[in-house]
Design a protein around this ligand. Structure first.
Ligand SMILES: NC(=O)CCC(=O)C(=O)O
Length: 301
């Protein structure tokens, strides 16, 4: 288990529950840009340090849309990425708005087309306040469910799952990144926590069947299991779209308390991720050092 990276102060976070994700990608990009700048203008508590957009913010959410809206990002992990030369208009917009806002930005997710391999992914990217692309996460666990009479969704009909976990470092500490359905897999958040992450951030878009049952439950569970913060950022609900998102973007603290949340409309919510609270939770209820890995060494066995 790594120790927490030293952090100077609490991180102010803004979750943008973006509305009006339409069929017009240029409009979606412009609207997302405007909302990031609005979020950056801050709340009474001040300007945020980190802004989060939801899953699939540049395209309607649905397997039939992914190929049309997908962009070639051309990122190779571990190699420098020149945003200026990027083929992706979404990556260019996200980088430039992070720089203009002067904040860290988790750019929700976008459908990605890796032209070299001809595969499609659901991909989240992260930018530093100077617009540098610093992290890149391809949704690891694809959203394939079938609840008879309620919802059938098979991302795997078009998408391929990623093959890496994603953690990134900021001056405030280390963060883990997942996309929506990834939250159902506790191993991801546990590995992030054991690698020193103070929070897991999940751009997401739960639905009207599983949203009321599991969205908050899973966010609170991942936070409580691992004594980290968990942020879940959804699009607003649009009943004219083919997919109805649950909304309810939320920030949960390391004791499992929802410290900031919203309903279903477009909104920006603010909250703080305070590394001291992570330490306090771990010292009060020391499960992180009480684990019996001598008994359950390998959970995959
Ligand atoms: N976009 C998603 O991955 C949706 C996940 C979801 O709704 C769930 O129940 O899990």
């Amino acid at each position: 288990m790594s120790s927490l990276a030293p952090a100077s102060r609490a991180v102010r976070v803004a979750l943008v529950q973006l509305g009006n994700v339409t069929a017009d990608k240029s409009y979606n990009l412009q609207h997302a840009r405007d909302m990031v700048l609005k979020a950056a203008s801050g709340s009474a508590a001040g300007k945020p340090d980190l802004i989060v957009l939801p899953e699939c913010f540049n395209s309607p959410y649905g397997v039939s849309y992914f190929p049309t809206y997908a962009e070639d990002i051309g990122y190779t992990p571990g190699e420098p990425y020149d945003v200026e030369k990027s083929e992706s208009q979404s990556i260019k917009m996200l980088s430039s708005v992070a720089k203009e806002a002067g904040t860290w930005l988790i750019g929700g997710s976008v459908p990605e087309h890796d032209v070299a391999t001809k595969k499609y992914y659901n991909t989240a990217t992260v930018y530093s306040p100077n617009g540098e692309l610093v992290a890149y996460h391809r949704k690891l666990h694809l959203f394939d469910i079938d609840i008879p009479g309620k919802i059938r969704f098979k991302e795997s009909e078009v998408l391929t799952g990623g093959n890496a976990l994603t953690h990134f470092d900021t001056e405030f500490g280390r963060f883990g990144l997942g996309i929506c359905y990834d939250i159902r897999f506790p191993e991801m958040a546990m590995i992030a926590a054991r690698n020193g992450c103070i929070a897991m951030i999940y751009p997401g878009a739960f639905n009207m069947t599983t949203g009321p049952l599991h969205w908050e439950l899973l966010a609170r569970a991942r936070a409580t299991d691992n004594q980290i913060y968990v942020a879940v950022c959804s699009p607003a609900r649009d009943l004219t779209a083919t997919y109805h998102a649950w909304g309810h973007s939320s920030l949960v603290d390391p004791m499992g308390l929802v410290i900031s949340t919203t309903e279903v409309r477009e909104d920006i919510i603010y909250g703080e991720i305070d590394p001291k609270k992570v330490e306090e939770a771990r010292s009060a209820i020391p499960v992180t050092v009480q684990r019996r890995f001598d008994v359950y060494k390998n959970v995959a066995e």
